[in-house]
Structure formats: structure tokens, C-alpha cells
Design a protein around this ligand. Structure first.
Ligand code: TPP
Length: 404
């Protein structure tokens, strides 16, 4: 298909592709095909390592940022070994959480520009050398509306196939090989030790309505080793991502592309691909409306997913980031979300619609215990934002010249 599409573009003419009707039955990839990692150019790899070792030795401070490519390529263990050999702090961004457990003593927090914990921000922005493993994507979301103060001349970016040092690019050097070489380095000083952080305390009493200040610590407390949490673009991903999460939790998010509607069918696919883990979907109701039929597929194929839908009366993140929060674009049809699983054939799922913290706590327990699937519609305030979104909101309000 790619060849034909390439030809169509080269000739600037239509192309015709016929797909055999039994194509869908063929294996996507035969089980014995292993992805091939091309070799690195040995000289280029040695040059790279000499430069990194020299820069790391001379740097007064060094920090590692890791990109989502590390987990895509299954390089988590190698990255951890490299970070341990370097002995320096490491941070993640909103897009690449939990690649390495957040209880790791060298973990220094989630970096998101001015919305970061001040200590994390100082570690990243004050570092002489930032070693970017995998090619971190610094976009509007990961930098909290471009509030990052990063001097890119202090970066060494180890991409999947090349290394960028200032203006210089060294080609044909693979990420996996750089990580193996980094793991052989001897730390020049005692390793960094961050202040171990527990999970955020769960707050509020049973009869309280559900605020974001009470909701996100509950999500962190709810998640456990063996869970894969799928975060939809919207206020929920900005609420969950800065939270310290338990070890053994995996996070799937697509901050860079940010196409809403992704997370519901993605959770279905993730649950099918790895039934040994429990898949938890956390989505806003606006994004969910685009692809909510994916719930029917979960029921049909017996994927035991727990779905949390935050119903805050429309597109809150858009209200927060636009000049006029009341634009009609942000209002959506008021569905009865908690009734969707039944309508979509998930007859035995646990479902609930919750307005208070007590109801939420009970629903979380019952959804966790369900052997078929769980669906919890959480009623939230229309402009009750998690801190990272409130930050971006006030920053943009300043730019727009309106009162936050
Ligand atoms: C396909 C697509 N359409 C529109 C957008 C713009 N957009 C980003 S977030 C969002 C609304 C999300 O609302 P909701 O899921 O209810 O989450 P909330 O922020 O309210 O919690 C929209 C419309 C997008 N990112 N992708």
C-alpha cells in the first residue's frame, strides 16, 4: 500500500488499491518476525559516548528526561540501568509517565514548565546538561502553555536513530546502543537521592460533592500494580499525570497528538492485547461521545475494563483555554452515560452515576470487584479544574487580557 501511495504522490495521479476480501483474516505479523534493530555505526557511537561522558563529567548538574519512545521500544530496563549508572536525577513529562517506577530514589518528579513542582523545575531548568533519552516532545501541553525555560544548547538528545548535540547531529546511532553504553559509565559522585514522596492524601468526607481536589488523589489511591491506565486528552489527563502513581502502574496517553475519542477504543485494544493487566480508562464525557460505541466492543469481547467518565457539562479544557468559555461549541448533548453499558450490550457490568465522594468511593470498590466490567459516571463542576489546567487557564487569561 505504501508503494502505491508513494507512486500516486510521485506521479501526482490517482492510484487504485484492491484489498483481498480475506485480508482481515491474515496475521498482522507472523509471530516469528522479530523487529530488527539496525546496527549503529561503531565510530559514530564511540564519538557520541566520548562526548556524553566528557560533558557529563564536566557538568555541575545533570538531569535525564525520558521520552515515550523508551517504552514504545521496550527499553525501560535499559533506560533504568543507564540512569542508575549516571547517578543523576530523572524526570518525566506529562506524556511519558511511569516508564520507570516513581518510587525510584533518583526520580525527581514530573516536569511541566512553570506548572512543575518548584524543586523539579529547578532541577531541570537549572541543569548544566539535560540528557534527553528518546527525544522528549516539548509541546503546548508538556510545557504548560510554553512556560518552560529550557536552554536547548544544554541538551543532548538521544533520538531513536541519531544524537543531537547543540547544532550537531550524529547519524546512525541507535538509542538502544547508547543506553547500553551509558549503563557502563561509572558515576563520578554519590547518586542523587530525591525526597521520597508518598501518594497524595485522600481528602474530603462522604457527603461532599466531588471536587477535582478530592478526585485525583482518589484515582492515585485506586490504581495499583498491574493496572494500565489510559488517559484521554482533556482535563482528566492533566489531572492524573502530575500525580505520583503507585509502582507497577502503566500509563498510556497521547498528549502529542491530542485527538479526542482516542482513549475509549484504545482502552479496548489495550485490554485485549494484555488481559493479564487490568485496564482503567479515565475520560471526559466530551471525548467519550466521539467513540463511546467502543464500550459495546469491550462487552462483546469480554474485556474487563473499568471506565471512569468525568461528566462536567461539556468541554472544560476548551472552556479553560479559550477566550470565551461560554462558546456554544463547548456545550454537548447531555447523555445518560451510566446507562450506556446496558444499551450497548454490557448487561452484567457494574454501573453507577456518582455525585458525592461517598458514592464515588463505593463505586470504585464495586467496579474493581466486577468480573465483567465497570462504568462510573462522575459528576464534576463545569469549571472545576485540576491544578495544571488552572495554571494554563490563568496564563492564557493573562495573554488574552481577561481576568482569570
Ligand atoms: C478530534 C478532536 N476534536 C477536537 C479537539 C479539541 N479538544 C481537545 S480537548 C476537547 C474537549 C474534551 O472535553 P471532555 O472530554 O469533556 O473533557 P474535559 O476537559 O471536559 O474534562 C476538545 C474538543 C481535539 N483535540 N481533537
Amino acid at each position: 500500500m505504501e508503494r502505491v501511495i508513494g507512486e500516486a504522490r510521485r506521479c501526482n495521479q490517482p492510484a487504485y488499491i484492491v484489498v483481498p476480501s480475506d485480508h482481515a483474516l491474515s496475521a498482522v505479523m507472523s509471530a516469528d518476525v522479530k523487529p530488527i534493530v539496525p546496527r549503529s555505526n561503531e565510530v559514530a557511537l564511540q564519538n557520541t559516548m566520548t562526548i556524553i561522558a566528557e560533558r557529563a563529567k564536566n557538568a555541575k548538574s545533570l538531569v535525564v528526561m525520558q521520552a515515550f519512545t523508551i517504552s514504545r521500544l521496550g527499553l525501560q530496563k535499559q533506560a533504568q540501568k543507564a540512569i542508575e549508572a549516571l547517578g543523576c536525577p530523572f524526570v518525566t513529562t506529562l506524556m511519558e509517565k511511569c516508564i520507570i517506577d516513581e518510587s525510584h530514589p533518583q526520580f525527581a518528579g514530573v516536569y511541566s514548565g512553570a506548572a512543575s513542582d518548584p524543586k523539579t523545575r529547578q532541577i531541570v531548568e537549572g541543569s548544566d546538561l539535560v540528557l534527553d533519552l528518546g527525544g522528549v516532545n516539548l509541546n503546548d501541553i508538556t510545557t504548560s502553555a510554553y512556560s518552560a525555560r529550557l536552554d536547548l544548547s544544554r541538551f543532548i538528545t538521544v533520538g531513536v536513530d541519531d544524537v543531537r548535540i547543540g547544532d550537531k547531529v550524529i547519524a546512525n546511532v541507535r538509542l538502544t546502543h547508547v543506553l547500553s553504553e551509558l549503563a557502563k559509565l561509572k558515576p563520578t559522585s554519590a547518586p542523587y537521592r530525591g525526597t521520597p514522596q508518598g501518594l497524595a492524601p485522600v481528602n474530603g468526607s462522604r457527603s461532599d460533592t466531588i471536587t477535582m481536589a478530592a478526585l485525583y488523589p482518589r484515582f492515585a489511591a485506586f490504581l495499583r500494580a498491574g493496572d494500565t491506565v489510559v488517559l484521554e486528552t482533556g482535563s482528566t489527563s492533566l489531572g492524573v499525570s502530575p500525580m505520583r502513581l503507585p509502582d507497577g502502574v502503566r500509563v498510556e496517553a497521547q498528549v502529542l497528538w491530542g485527538s479526542i475519542g482516542w482513549a475509549t477504543p484504545a482502552a479496548f485494544g489495550i485490554a485485549l492485547a494484555d488481559p493479564g493487566r487490568r485496564t482503567i480508562l479515565i475520560t471526559g464525557e466530551g471525548a467519550h461521545q466521539l467513540t463511546a460505541n467502543g464500550i459495546g466492543d469491550m462487552g462483546r469481547f469480554g474485556a474487563n475494563v473499568i471506565v471512569f467518565v468525568l461528566n462536567n457539562g461539556g468541554y472544560m479544557i476548551e472552556r479553560a483555554l479559550e477566550q470565551n468559555p461560554d462558546w456554544t461549541y463547548n456545550d454537548i448533548a447531555p447523555w445518560n452515560y451510566a446507562e450506556l453499558p446496558k444499551a450497548l450490550g454490557c448487561a452484567h457490568w457494574y454501573t453507577a452515576r456518582v455525585d458525592t465522594l461517598g458514592e464515588l468511593d463505593d463505586a470504585m470498590k464495586a467496579a474493581r470487584a466486577s468480573k465483567t466490567g465497570g462504568y462510573v459516571e462522575i459528576i464534576g463542576g463545569q469549571m472545576d479544574m485540576p491544578p495544571a489546567l488552572a495554571f494554563a487557564h490563568s496564563r492564557l487569561a493573562e495573554l488574552y487580557g481577561a481576568a482569570p
